[in-house]
Design a protein around this ligand. Sequence first.
Ligand SMILES: [Zn+2]
Length: 160
Amino acid sequence: MKCLAVRTESPVSSIMNSWSTEVLVRKSQEAKEQAYCPYSKFRVGAAVLTSDGTVFTGCNVENACYSAGLCAERTAISKAVSEGHKSFKAIAIASDLEDRFISPCGACRQFMREFGSQWDVYMSKSDGSYKLMTVEELLPCSFGPDDLRKGKNPVGNSKL
Ligand SMILES: [Zn+2]
């Protein structure tokens, strides 16, 4: 029986004490290998780095009901949030595109924005080169949790 005081590494995450952009991009490339994309054949992987150095990865998960599919970025972030992480430093995104940096869709930009606008998004090409932008740069003039708190509607009083 395991001692409860010992924190075991989650099977869906890994700890990066001294992370590097290259490692994060590589992890997103590895996550891409798990992509379930029988319809688009467009593989995407993502690796999100939490403030405590934990990395969660995700891939796109498509569905026969197309709109029920989920992007890699939202898969990775949802895995992190479901494990108790809500503060992020960076996310790397990978695809098979050779000549373009993979860019997060609008829904994923808003999903990232929920957890702050001042964190880094590394958009990579298949060779591992990347372009860095912040969430703020990808989604300027955004709507976020603070906007609800400032409002006078009942939602403004809820715990967000
Ligand atoms: Zn997306």
